[in-house]
Design a binder for this molecule. Sequence first.
Ligand code: KDG
Ligand code: MG
Length: 463
Amino acid sequence: MTTQHPTSTEHASTGAADPRDVDARDVDARDPGPASATTSTASRTAPPARTARPGSAIRSAEVLVTSPDRNFVTLRITTEDGVVGLGDATLNGRELSVVSYLRDHVVPLLVGRDAHRIEDTWQFLYRSAYWRRGPVTMAAIAAVDVALWDIKARYARMPLYQLLGGASRNGIMAYGHASGRDLPELFDSIRRHQDLGFRSIRVQTSVPGIDAVYGVAAQPSSGGRYDYEPAQRAPLPAEEDWDTRAYLRHIPAVFEAVRNEFGPELPLLHDGHHRMTPIQAARLGKDLEPYDLFWLEDCTPAENQEALRLVRQHTTTPLAIGEVFNTVWDYQTVIREQLIDYVRSAVTHTGGISALRRILDFAAQYQIKSGIHGPTDISPVGMAAALHLDLAIHNFGIQEYMQHGARTDEVFRQSFTFTDGFLHPGEQNGLGVVYDDEVADRFEYQPAYLPFNRLKDGTVHDW
Ligand code: KDG
Ligand code: MG
């Protein structure tokens, strides 16, 4: 593992109760202390946001990299009081860019700031960089934002969702990823997911004539995990192939078969993964209408928001988009013109809880709901942040949930539960996640890439 401790390396973990997981137990956060007390900021030319409570000044911010089942980047912020917050900064296949952004450009700005000033810190990081938006910047800001929310909730001695307004529901409906190379494998995968408790299921399948395709998992017979993990540890990205006409011919028949086998009730989802033109997406949406999808995701490349106008004119299949979006600006047209039904952003890639909440509040004005991104490349810290937000917002739709591997769960000790298809973030203070350095340090960063697509004639295509 490459665990990077740029500002603080002082502690050793026991593997049991993490000494850094200091709750506000021993801290009287309500006592402001002497207003004149100083922090470590005295010599700065641009003083960090002043703290009314010296103990809540940020003492250290550490960028942690580990690779238990895959690479994860985590930001750990510690206040002078010893209260600890975690934020996820994982950007699949480009992890070290966010490490550098945080370590080289953000951490030096954080030390000494008041951890309670979440909005001020968000605006400062967003605006003072001058170079706004983009996945690297917004993942870095997200990590800071989530870590500060975690800290604030620990000071408040509450699970984070309480600070976001409290629970709006009892549990969070989750969908899992079923896939198969043919119908028997696919049916088997759907049943396995039902056995795990999932009540809503994403369906991806191989397409005749295409050798390797997004979303189709290693099968149990191959010894691999029975869900889909696209990033591969290798020095170069894997090449997959693509043929849109073959895909459009095949998929409706798959959904017809699934409906016939599993009946009309089961919510079914499908991910087009940015590979269609607007007119192709419109046709697929129309062809899938008889099978009553919960949503069709990323049917066109998301950069062109206006493409969704054409798709929308032709089909009533609900549309979800946004896992590669970074800010509210990416949603401006699709939300205002009601071209989508679900917002797919991750807390991790969209500037954190503060920013995603703003997007979801905007969406709520148009009856558009959440469908927060939750693949395995969102760390348990990013997932926990999503779950607290899911529980609190009114316009919740569904939460994606791909279970992490056992080693990942050892690094990130979590408090969430998954029961009868519903997730819950749990009742521990803050996010409810503890990072175990001793376990994390066993797993060094390994270069990994997402695959890419080529058409039959060799042209690079959206993956
Ligand atoms: O890193 C890429 C994955 O997050 C993405 O391929 C997963 O499309 C995805 C999904 O819907 O979960
Ligand atoms: Mg997707």
